[in-house]
Design a protein around this ligand. Structure first.
Ligand SMILES: *[C@@H]1O[C@H](CO)[C@@H](O)[C@H](O)[C@H]1NC(C)=O
Ligand SMILES: *[C@@H]1O[C@H](CO)[C@@H](O)[C@H](O)[C@H]1NC(C)=O
Ligand SMILES: *[C@@H]1O[C@H](CO)[C@@H](O)[C@H](O)[C@H]1NC(C)=O
Ligand SMILES: *[C@@H]1O[C@H](CO)[C@@H](O)[C@H](O)[C@H]1NC(C)=O
Ligand SMILES: *[C@@H]1O[C@H](CO)[C@@H](O)[C@H](O)[C@H]1NC(C)=O
Ligand SMILES: *[C@@H]1O[C@H](CO)[C@@H](O)[C@H](O)[C@H]1NC(C)=O
Ligand SMILES: *[C@@H]1O[C@H](CO)[C@@H](O)[C@H](O)[C@H]1NC(C)=O
Ligand SMILES: CC(=O)N[C@H]1CO[C@H](CO)[C@@H](O)[C@@H]1O
Ligand SMILES: [Zn+2]
Ligand SMILES: [Zn+2]
Length: 610
């Protein structure tokens, strides 16, 4: 209890409510539950109980506003149908179980709470990004959280760990949250916690992100890690592999060669686990509330505790490998009920139920079920080949010419329209296409620019150049890739992961008796995926897509080249490489329309799917 209050004063109310036994909804409460809370599809339960250790962690990351759970009936969506209220009930029961087992259970989040759904992004004009959805987030008794891309408002001070992120307020630069926290768990374990953000350069105005390599040289850092706790807890919005965690890990190991170090990462949206040594584990727990991560560690009893083994002289436990386990849970009621030993009617807590109701109310307030039209079938990013009728990217090629020319004086001028495939964040499923679906499919509020009167042959060569594979282009690709990474597009790593998953399991697919979902292969021992699945189909997609070029034009016919705003620099470079008639600059670029990337699908659906 003390721990949470130290870290998250504002959570105190929720924290106090959390462990209480009397919060279960009585039967009467569940009668009005909608279908969402009882998935209509029969879900298969997890394969085996969780392994508990003396210290256990429930981990969420990159939830991106998916607090209402996944509600579509196309697979694998029902597997992720638990909402944040269900999760709250799950947490409450797990906290009780931890007390019964007399072990520690912490709840940790690694950031990216928003940019993904209507709940976080569908706020009315003048609202604050994720302000309302974060109100629900705050109701859970997180022991440690880090919020990244924005939401650096001073009112969050002290609630988030942000070791290397500063905000400038009234000309004074200061840490957004707390740089570190020291607290004791319920069982008396001393924890030193840090919250680290990867070297992010696309941060908001008035915020600075210090490079991790510089952070570990700071005096405050050295001071913070000097005293040995029972365990270091490093939660951060930084991928556990191919990034800078080893810098933090090594800095701690230089002083504390055997102290347990638990790392909870995020940002690349994958399920991943590795061990930097035998007394440390790093876990990354997916995205969009499609995964709840579980880590358990059999740590020695806390120092100072009467049972601490070190007092009898011979102590191997302080240097031996620690026994860890990790599991990736599909967040749905079947999973939650299975692991808490609850049934349909003993699972809901009053607290969880009220969160569900509150979320539904917010969805109503934001009018998220406003329907633009009816999607005739599923459109997916990677499950269908590109181009094809079922590809959401092919759909986008048709959507742009319709949506971007509405009320546009240039509508009659031939054009080619280009966007990046990473701007499409989620599949579109058959059935009502709502405001929420629009924001989940295309959550980035990018605008569209254009260069007028470009010769058709030049404009038509831009897309291949953007997607090009030549040596020259590879260098450019790296620059584009770096730009996308800096802006938070993590699609490349996620797609690599999905592609590898499909390839690895290709021969299994036809024979296996499994439903679709993630099939994780990571570097940690034991069972990873809580519920075994067969992998989804995977088809590679280009980085950039375009509308169909106008037909029957002469090479020199002038056309409009329309493109998503943030590729402006790369695109001008390409245009200048493709022709020598004129040196194009930003002065040749103008806004094409007021319609944003977040709006195009809705405009299209209203016209074509009604
Ligand atoms: C940055 O800070 C200045 C001065 O404190 C303020 O006027 C401005 O609105 C801030 N910008 C953002 C994006 O918060
Ligand atoms: C962050 O703020 C602290 C406190 O004001 C200051 O000492 C430090 O230099 C800042 N760090 C960066 C990287 O701006
Ligand atoms: C301890 O763990 C490390 C890292 O996971 C591993 O390389 C080593 O083999 C383990 N040692 C023993 C004795 O199991
Ligand atoms: C839970 O309740 C719902 C609705 O009454 C029912 O459809 C479902 O089969 C129940 N599930 C279990 C596991 O009992
Ligand atoms: C794709 O859609 C078009 C237009 O609706 C249709 O004519 C065509 O048969 C479809 N192709 C496939 C492979 O389904
Ligand atoms: C186009 O103009 C009409 C009439 O002014 C307006 O109702 C509509 O919302 C506009 N559409 C877009 C996409 O701007
Ligand atoms: C395959 O599915 C059947 C029917 O659902 C089930 O009885 C059987 O246990 C499954 N086999 C495996 C290996 O999971
Ligand atoms: C393991 C699991 O929960 N699988 C479910 C995933 O979704 C499909 C499609 O609805 C279901 O059939 C599976 O039972
Ligand atoms: Zn994310
Ligand atoms: Zn991120």
């Amino acid at each position: 209890m003390q721990s949470r209050i130290l870290l998250t004063l504002a959570f105190a109310g929720a924290v106090l409510a959390c462990g209480d036994d009397h919060l279960h909804a009585r039967d009467g409460h569940v009668h009005d539950h909608s279908k969402r809370e009882f998935p209509s599809t029969k879900l298969t339960p997890p394969s085996r109980p969780l392994t508990w250790g003396s210290l256990n962690i429930l981990h969420t990351t990159d939830s991106h506003g998916w607090l209402l759970g996944h509600q579509k009936t196309s697979f694998p969506e029902p597997n992720y149908s638990g909402d944040f209220g269900d999760f709250a009930s799950f947490v409450a029961h797990m906290k009780e179980l931890a007390i019964k087992k007399d072990v520690d259970l912490l709840l940790v989040d690694s950031g990216d709470l928003h940019d993904g759904t209507g709940l976080s992004d569908g706020y009315p004009v003048g609202g604050v990004d994720a302000h309302d959805s974060n109100e629900f987030f705050k109701q859970l008794p997180y022991d440690n959280t880090l919020d990244m891309h924005n939401n650096f408002a001073p009112r969050f001070n002290g609630r988030y760990l942000s070791s290397n992120v500063n905000i400038t307020v009234n000309g004074v630069s200061k840490p957004v949250g707390s740089r570190f926290a020291k607290f004791k768990t319920r069982k008396g374990r001393a924890v030193t916690a840090l919250g680290v953000l990867f070297d992010f350069t696309g941060n908001d105005k008035n915020t600075t992100v210090q490079k991790v390599e510089d952070m570990v040289k700071e005096t405050w850092f050295t001071d913070a890690i000097k005293d040995e706790p029972d365990v270091f807890l490093l939660a951060g919005h930084m991928p556990i592999a191919r990034d800078n965690w080893p810098l933090v890990f090594d800095a701690i190991r230089a002083i504390h060669p055997t102290t347990p170090i638990l790392i909870l990462g995020g940002h690349t949206h994958i399920r991943d686990c590795l061990q930097l040594d035998g007394r440390s584990m790093s876990l990354e727990s997916g995205r969009y509330m499609e995964t709840i991560g579980w880590m358990s560690a059999d740590l020695p009893a806390p120092k100072g505790h009467h049972g601490y083994p070190r007092h009898n002289g011979e102590d191997h436990s302080a240097t031996k490998n620690i026994t860890f386990s990790r599991r990736y849970l599909d967040p749905n009621r079947v999973t939650f009920e299975y692991h808490t030993g609850r049934g349909n009617f003993s699972f809901d807590t009053v607290w969880g139920h009220s969160i569900t109701k509150g979320l539904e109310k917010l969805a109503k307030k934001f009018d998220l079920s406003f329907t633009y039209g009816t999607a005739p079938h599923d459109f997916t990013i990677n499950q269908a080949p590109y181009p094809s009728n079922n590809s959401v990217l092919s759909l986008m090629s048709e959507v742009m010419p319709v949506a971007l020319t509405v009320n546009n004086s240039r509508a009659s001028i031939p054009n080619i329209m280009i966007t990046n495939s990473g701007s499409l964040r989620f599949d579109i499923y058959a059935g009502p296409f709502t405001k929420n679906d629009q924001l989940t499919a295309s959550p980035f509020a990018d605008s569209f620019l254009y260069i007028p009167n470009l010769p058709f042959s030049v404009a038509n060569a831009v897309l291949p150049a953007l997607n090009g594979a030549g040596a020259d282009n590879r260098k450019r690709d790296a620059a584009v890739e770096a730009e996308l990474w800096a802006r938070g597009y993590v699609g490349t790593r996620y797609r690599e992961w999905m592609e590898d998953m499909a390839r690895r399991n290709a021969e299994k697919r036809p024979t296996a008796n499994l439903t679709l979902g993630y099939v994780t292969s990571d570097a940690c021992p034991g069972v990873g995926d809580d519920t075994p699945h067969a992998p989804l189909q995977f088809h590679a997609v280009p980085d950039f897509i375009a509308s169909a070029p106008p037909s029957g034009l002469a090479d020199d016919a002038p056309i409009d080249l329309v493109f998503v705003d943030f590729i402006e620099t790369q695109l001008i470079g390409i245009v200048n490489g493709l022709q020598k008639e004129k040196v194009y600059t930003t002065a040749d670029v103008s806004p094409y329309t007021n319609v944003l990337a977040t709006e195009v699908l809705g405009i299209y659906a209203q016209k074509e799917w009604n």
